[in-house]
Design a protein around this ligand. Structure first.
Ligand code: FEO
Length: 171
């Protein structure tokens, strides 16, 4: 095993967050699908897939370094939302939490002079900047739309960087 246990534990802990994020985005996709807002639904279906790829990246990294990934149960998923704004605020809060978590693992890896993990996590650091930006832009757009969610639908379709078809994130 190439990594110290403390780092392995932190990465396994992160697996919970990434799988939970995937499930949580799926719940948001269902919410938007039920409201017949297909662009927002598709956006969250894609986000759910992305989160799963984040989890799989960690699984593969642990395997490559001779460590044992622990596949977790998904924590409780929130399935009810008061509004589109509420659902997207949830997503933004989640991305900010994940950013803190990634930074924390970076710090632990630094303390252990574990450059292997730090170099692996570099991708996540960059990805989090993008995801927080995407979600905060989407939230702002929903606020500007002031209840006109068809306008938000159009916006998501026309702005790939804010979650449209060609959004980056293919892991
Ligand atoms: Fe995998 Fe959106 O953090």
């Amino acid at each position: 095993m190439m990594l110290v246990q403390r780092v392995v534990d932190a990465l396994n802990e992160q697996l919970i967050s990434e799988f939970a994020a995937s499930a949580q985005y799926l719940a948001a996709a269902v919410y938007f699908e039920e409201l017949v807002l297909p662009e927002l639904a598709a956006f969250f279906f894609r986000q759910a897939e992305e989160e799963r790829t984040h989890a799989l990246k960690i699984v593969r990294f642990l395997l490559e370094t001779g460590c044992k990934p622990l596949i977790p149960a998904t924590p409780e998923v929130r399935n009810e939302f008061d509004s589109a704004e509420d659902a997207v605020q949830m997503a933004l809060d989640q991305e900010m939490k994940v950013t803190d978590e990634i930074n924390n693992i970076m710090r632990i890896a630094g303390e252990e002079t574990d450059y292997t993990t730090q170099s692996f996590l570099q991708w996540f650091v960059k990805e989090q900047v993008e995801e927080v930006d995407t979600m905060s832009n989407l939230l702002q757009t929903i606020r500007h739309a002031a209840g006109n969610l068809l306008w938000v639908e159009d916006y998501v379709r026309r702005n790939p960087q804010h979650g449209g078809q060609t959004a980056a994130g293919a892991a």
